[in-house]
Design a protein. Structure first.
Length: 257
């Protein structure tokens, strides 16, 4: 059976975009998932898209230096799409780090198998909670749909970095810190009031070791507030994920313009 070289090159370029997204995307890119499983998922999605893509809109691709340029472009597109979805999870993890620092848990770190680093225990709890919400709202399905749409908005090899794309990525990346503060704001405000009370008590009773007295209070108060605000966090993270799903389509259209 003869294999059409042009079809093989097209499938290879589609596979590069899909696999690049899978490597960095939430849930799919987790280190707990074997590499062979990721490659199999990427290959299955690539073949399905290959069967549905309009090949008349794709210019002929020869196996020379042009193929190398096209391959680099497809990898960049895939990494950008995956990075866009991952921004919400970076914000959630950073918010947990801020909360853990105020709760005196900055030294209580656990191993993060996804990023291969030590991370704050509260950040890890919120991060995996966000992963569960991502799966429950079918975010992984939405990501696959976005990848399919990307081949309509950004044809093979047509990607080019523009000023609008550059500004959009800067805006979305900067929003990570804003989102982190919004997520951590209930705890931050509560502990800000506690710190003010600490200062007042230390001035009124200099002999009192305020730090040692308020440390267990902060831990208990933090756990209590986290327990009360779990429904709020679920609602907030769910809305953030849905908002970034819309932003993902804006990103794809920006890259294709």
């Amino acid at each position: 059976m003869m294999i059409n070289v042009a079809d093989f090159i097209l499938l290879f370029l589609i596979f590069l975009r899909i696999s690049s997204t899978v490597v960095v995307a939430p849930f799919f890119g987790n280190r707990g998932i074997p590499v062979t499983v990721k490659l199999f998922i990427s290959l299955v999605i690539s073949y399905i898209i290959y069967l549905t893509i309009d090949r008349n809109l794709i210019p002929p691709i020869e196996a020379n230096w042009t193929l190398f340029v096209f391959a680099i472009k497809e990898v960049i597109v895939g990494l950008t799409i995956g990075f866009m979805v991952q921004l919400v999870f970076y914000a959630v993890n950073y918010a947990g780090t801020l909360i853990g620092f105020d709760m005196m848990l900055s030294m209580a770190e656990v191993f993060n198998p996804y990023e291969d680093i030590q991370s704050n225990i509260i950040g890890e709890m919120l991060y995996y909670g966000a992963i569960i919400i991502f799966i429950l709202i079918n975010g992984h399905h939405y990501l696959i749909q976005s990848l399919n749409y990307s081949f309509k908005a950004i044809s093979i090899g047509s990607f080019a970095i523009s000023e609008s794309l550059h500004l959009f990525l800067i805006k979305m990346t900067a929003s990570v810190f804003v989102l982190a503060v919004k997520i951590a704001s209930p705890i931050l405000i509560s502990f800000f009031l506690v710190n003010i009370a600490e200062g007042i008590i230390s001035r009124m009773i200099p002999q009192m070791q305020v730090f040692f007295v308020t440390q267990p209070l902060k831990l208990g108060l933090g756990i209590f507030i986290l327990t009360l605000t779990i429904p709020l966090y679920i609602f907030l993270i769910k809305n953030l994920l849905k908002e970034y799903e819309k932003n993902l389509y804006i990103l794809i259209n920006t890259m294709g313009s």
